[in-house]
Design a protein around this ligand. Structure first.
Ligand code: MN
Length: 723
């Protein structure tokens, strides 16, 4: 295990200003927090965060990153809390550790290959600070290095995840060395057979060619030195995984892959890169089609190099990568390298390419942003601290309880989520839990939220949801469902009307009889015809005439024009009554109101629905001749919060502050004033009349408020309005 002072010395070596006290405290704190915890290998758990910190010192990262690495598993795996970390180490370290704790939860999610791209995006989106990602990648690297100790199933799962998610992520961040190692270990686990075959073949080639690598190296150095270019040359054999990938991609056998020797030629300047290339091409024959200039056109992750393949000494195909020191650092360490090479002599040159729009893709905007900050002259340390990843800020990624990842536009609500999973889930959605807690459906979803949709088959999506949804899919589905529900509602209403009319002829509703009459009415089917009656587009009498039950008088009855549009919901309440069809639109008559405890009836109005009246309402008289429109209703259980309208009439003394007194009595009694009209009395000018629509829970509540009003000396009379 690395000693405390060793770790601190490493950091101080590349960053003399590093906060030694911070590193010392983080070391001791993490060691104590992990206490006797053991890893799968049996070694002390603390060894893991320590190794992760050590990997980050190899990348020469700042003290805060190294401290966060030491602490990265404390909140998740020990009794330490986020608050404690903040108290002991401050906001910066705490927020890094929090970021790591958050993305650690993603490890528990089932990952399908098809979701890998989304998961990579999620990782980026959740890591608000680039340092969180760097620690995460180092964490993954150490876990891969110690993979032998976990169970075979877990080993394969972790290796697959590394191959799908972390290795490509490292690649995109330009960290080639990290990517290579992650891939090599994962390949060994996932395809041991292929790995062994390729490794053995490589070894044989190496044995046969003897010291060819060293020889080629020497020749290269000498040749370039003759031309006054000082170089460092690193020979390397290709890795089994990259050979295997090439075999797969190009459908080649191992024997056909000849260029397995590769050299990196590191020179001082960009100019020397091109001059070295010229010398190499004059000395050895270049293989056509293998030359690539990634200096003038860098790769998207800012990889820069000249690539060429030549027939070298001993007629061996040799691949060369020619680059400057900074290009090499960036190729190996990517984002981590940018932080520390601002002062390098060729830094300016190497970074200029970031301004080229050709080199930019959406996903790398942030990298450009990093570099812009660098060029503005901030210190490497500030650069790391202020680098907030701005990736995918227009998207949000959430999970189903089964771990399926759903990508949504930012601002999306659980309603969008439900429709994104499946239309039937959206249509039946009545509520939701976010991360295990009940939450309103209007909640804006955040990255990583687990959303559990609560469903009811009786649900019809309210039209108002259309305004809450941000995805087109949800909006059009809500519109469709609203239309279907309105049609169903009207069909139900139409059926009730026809039933009542049939009852007058002592007939029961029989679908077959109506079906026979359909062609005469010009409708497609029974449901259509009933909906037309419910909407008021067709009269019930016409239906009976078509059925041969009533004689026509030659004149079609004028159809009442609808005043409200189909599907309009403003006057539809959720009124708890029994006796009305489930799909019937209900409203309470505003001229009287109606509250639980009062006897009620419903009156069907084609095209509108059912209007609820208290039995004493005068308005009911006008429907005496139309018994088919009457529906018996009874109140159902109500929820304690729900309130209902009741219209009352008061006569009060015309006195200063009288209105305020009335309002006070109603307010203190727990009622709401919904509408208030005042009229002076012509005969008695000392009094005036008030017409108030108040909202109360039930008739008992109403009576109590009315009694309260009567008790006031200014009130002369209080009564319930009958219409
Ligand atoms: Mn860890």
């Amino acid at each position: 295990m690395m000693r405390q002072y060793e770790l601190v010395e490493r950091v101080v070596k590349y960053d003399p200003d590093a906060n030694e006290d911070l590193l010392n405290r983080a070391y001791v704190y993490a060691m104590r927090a992990h206490g006797n915890q053991k890893r799968a290998s049996g070694e002390a758990y603390f060894n893991h965060p320590l190794e992760v910190a050590a990997i980050l010192t190899e990348m020469k990262l700042d003290d805060a990153t190294v401290a966060a690495a030491l602490l990265h598993d404390t909140v998740e795996d020990t009794s330490v809390t986020h608050q404690e970390i903040e108290e002991k180490f401050g906001k910066e370290i705490a927020s890094l550790v929090e970021g790591l704790t958050k993305i650690k939860k993603l490890d528990l999610v089932t990952k399908e290959a098809t979701q890998a791209e989304n998961l990579r995006k999620l990782l980026l989106a959740m890591s608000r600070d680039v340092r969180v990602l760097l620690v995460k990648l180092a964490d993954r690297l150490h876990n891969m290095r110690t993979l032998d100790h976990v169970s075979p199933e877990k080993r394969i799962r972790i290796a697959q995840e590394t191959m799908d998610i972390y290795a490509p992520l490292a690649g995109r961040m330009g960290m080639q060395a990290l990517r290579d190692e992650l891939e090599d270990i994962a390949f060994r686990v996932l395809d041991p057979e292929a790995n062994r075959t390729i490794s053995e073949r490589l070894k044989r080639l190496h044995d046969e060619s003897g010291d060819v690598l060293r020889q080629i190296e020497k020749e290269l150095v000498a040749k370039l030195a003759e031309n006054g270019i000082k170089v460092e040359v690193y020979g390397r054999e290709k890795r089994p995984f990259s050979i295997w990938r090439k075999m797969e991609r190009k459908h080649l056998s191992l024997g056909q892959l000849s260029d397995i020797f590769a050299f990196r030629v590191i020179v001082g300047t960009v100019d020397q890169c091109y001059r070295s290339l010229g010398i190499v091409h004059r000395t050895w024959r270049a293989i056509p089609g293998r030359f690539k200039d990634y200096i003038s056109v860098p790769k998207q992750n800012d990889y820069r190099s000249l690539h060429t393949t030549v027939i070298g000494p001993h007629h061996m195909r040799v691949e060369l990568q020619i680059r400057t020191r900074l290009m090499h650092e960036i190729a190996e360490r990517g984002v981590a390298a940018h932080a520390l090479y601002k002062d390098a002599p060729d830094a300016k040159e190497a970074l200029d390419g970031f301004k080229s729009p050709a080199a930019e893709s959406n996903a790398y905007r942030w990298l450009r942003h990093l570099v812009e900050m660098l060029q503005e002259g901030e210190s490497p340390k500030e650069f790391l601290e202020h680098t907030k990843l701005e990736l995918f800020h227009d998207q949000v990624f959430c999970f189903t309880p089964k771990g399926q990842l759903i990508a949504l536009p930012r601002g999306a609500t659980p309603i969008d989520f439900a429709y994104a999973v499946h239309t039937s889930i959206g249509d039946s959605c009545v509520g939701c839990k976010i991360n295990g807690r009940h939450a309103p459906l209007v909640t804006e979803l955040a990255n990583g939220d687990e959303v559990d949709i609560i469903r009811s088959e009786a649900q019809v999506p309210p039209p108002a949801w259309e305004g809450l949804a941000v995805t087109g899919k949800a909006r059009s589905a809500i519109r469709r469902a609203t239309r279907a529900a309105a049609r169903k509602q009207f069909a139900g209403l139409g059926k009730e009307i026809v039933e009542k009319l049939l009852a007058k002829h002592n007939r029961a509703f029989a679908e077959t009889e109506i079906t026979a009459a359909i062609p005469r009415l010009g409708h497609k089917n029974v449901a259509d015809a009933l909906a037309a009656i419910g909407r008021g587009d067709l009269s019930g009498k016409d239906m009976l005439m078509a059925m041969g039950l009533e004689a026509g008088d030659g004149k079609a009855k004028p159809i009442r024009k609808r005043t409200s549009k189909a599907g309009e919901s403003s006057n539809q309440l959720s009124v708890p009554v029994r006796g009305a069809g489930v799909n019937t639109a209900l409203k309470i008559a505003t001229e009287t109101g109606a509250v639980p405890g009062e006897r009620i009836v419903g009156i069907i109005t084609p095209g509108e629905g059912l209007t609820i009246y208290p039995i004493f309402a005068k308005a009911l008289e006008q429907f005496d001749s139309e018994p088919e429109r009457w529906v018996d209703l009874a109140w159902d259980a109500t929820s304690p919060e729900q309130k209902f309208p009741a219209r009352i009439k008061l006569t009060i003394l015309n006195e200063v502050g009288a209105l305020a007194q009335i309002a006070q009595v109603i307010g203190e009694g727990g009622g709401n004033i919904d509408e208030l009209q005042m009229s002076a009395r012509a005969a008695a000018r000392d009094f005036f009349d008030l017409d108030i629509l108040i909202e109360v829970h039930d008739v008992k509540h109403l009576n109590k408020i009315m009694a309260g009003l009567r008790s006031r000396s200014i009130v002369s009379s209080v009564s319930r309005v009958a219409g």
